[in-house]
Design a protein around this ligand. Structure first.
Ligand code: LLP
Length: 420
């Protein structure tokens, strides 16, 4: 077990979190390399018959050490910015395992992708494809292009992370995709490499996947009849995870759907899982600053805030919160809140939890995905440091910046001196 209690104390693998907190200070993110490997390995094993490229979605957690660990397991990357492309290459991912997604890539980003000759650039509009062709031509290269199609499928997930409905900004409308493929096939600086789809995140039901993949299979066959042969089918993000009482499907069941819908096409399968690789492999450790009982409520005020982990504030996301030292006393009901000057800075409302005193530590679970990568310096607070644990070893893989470091790159306007 990655995170587990030993004699009432919470451990990350074989590392005592209370001791770690004393060394690193709070709040901090802590990742288990073993859990990361288990989660990633599950995709590799389940999809092995399809010779997959498991392109980890860097946006879920862009820590260099995390991305490196995935690269070392044979993983590739799904990137959505020039920055993520740079990071994936730094982490050791090879261009043939990198796909570039996103609805608004800049010319400079397209250029970087073409220069590196990455596996596939998933374009999301006719205009983007035109620009990609121009960029590739200017560089004297052929760009590997795929069209991300919008299959108009409801992923049955949170509205802010639904992407495959026709009213969403993502992908090329279904009715236009075939025409765009024909246009791409005519452009000498493009090499039609594949087709891509991504319908949303935190998916707990396989049926939307089945529907989307079935449509993709039909489109692939249609194109083949038209004389356009694809190599890759990119299925987008991975499975949802269990934050509370969810029952996500297994990678094995997911692979079964891939087999049933796309198995006979004999294509290379690309998947872009993010959350299900890193989500359960990470926690955010925070210290209780104060407790406060008002007429209405009991509050537990912690030193992590919405700038460190925005998911509860942004998506009303539920994260399990555990005391790092379990006393076994009768629980109370409390709101667990951060120090940020916003009423939305709440990690948990009316949560049943041990009555933790100030100074004690809490672990916000399943925070490995979309935690640090969405963190900000709001309230001029440094982004939390990150610690990677492996068996009984740990390494601070991102340090907490000092205020001076946070000020780097800022300066006072030259005329301010004169006005002083
Ligand atoms: N591929 C594409 C094109 C994507 O847009 C995404 C996620 C993924 C792959 C990875 O999906 P996953 O395997 O993680 O479900 N911040 C939100 C989630 C945003 C997801 C955005 N796209 C959250 O914290 O729930």
């Amino acid at each position: 077990m990655a995170f587990h209690y030993q004699n009432g104390e919470l451990f990350a693998e074989q590392v005592n979190l209370e001791k770690l907190a004393q060394e690193v200070g709070t709040p901090f993110y802590c990742y288990s390399q073993r859990k990361l490997a288990d989660n990633f390995g599950a995709y590799m094993r389940a999809l092995a018959p399809f010779h997959p490229a498991v392109c980890y979605s860097v946006k879920a957690n862009a820590n260099l050490a995390v991305v490196r660990a995935i690269a070392a397991m044979g993983g590739g990357a799904d990137v959505v910015s020039g920055g993520e492309l740079y990071l994936a290459l730094k982490a050791g991912m090879t261009p043939d395992k990198i796909v570039f997604s996103g609805v608004g890539k800049t010319e400079a980003e397209l250029e970087a992708a073409v220069r590196h000759g990455i596996r596939q650039i998933n374009v999301e509009s006719a205009e983007e494809m035109q620009l990609l062709a121009q960029v590739a031509q200017r560089l004297g290269k052929r760009a590997n292009v795929a069209i991300r199609v919008n299959p108009d499928v409801d992923a049955l997930t949170h509205v802010k992370i639904t992407t495959g409905k026709k009213e969403n900004k993502f992908g090329v409308p279904w009715s236009e995709a075939r025409g765009l493929y024909h246009a791409a096939a005519q452009m000498p600086s493009l090499r039609v490499a594949g087709i891509a789809v991504h319908i949303g995140s935190q998916l707990l039901d396989l049926e939307p996947f089945r529907l989307a993949f079935t449509r993709i299979a039909a489109m692939t066959r249609q194109l083949e009849q038209d004389g356009i042969t694809l190599e890759n089918i990119d299925l987008g993000g991975g499975l949802g995870i269990n934050y509370n009482v969810e029952l996500p499907p297994t990678c094995h069941a997911y692979a079964q759907v891939v087999r049933e819908t796309l198995g006979d096409l004999n294509k290379n399968i690309i998947v872009e899982p993010g959350r299900s690789v890193v989500g359960t492999a990470g926690i955010l450790v925070t210290r209780v600053l104060y407790t406060k009982q008002t007429e209405q409520k009991r509050f537990i005020i912690v030193d992590a805030g919405m700038n460190d982990l925005i998911r509860p504030a942004m998506y009303d996301a539920w994260h399990s919160i555990l005391p790092v030292r379990r006393e076994g006393v009768a629980p109370v009901v409390a709101d667990i809140v951060g120090p940020i000057c916003e009423s939305g800075d709440v990690f948990a409302k009316d949560r049943i939890i041990e009555p933790v005193q100030s100074g004690r530590l809490l672990a916000i679970m399943c925070a490995g995905a979309y935690g640090e990568s969405m963190a900000s310096e709001y309230n001029f607070r440094p982004v939390p440091p990150e610690v990677l644990v492996y068996k009984d070893q740990y390494a601070v893989v991102r340090k907490r910046r000092t205020y001076d470091e946070m000020l780097q790159g800022q300066c006072i306007a030259p005329w301010a001196e004169e006005q002083a």
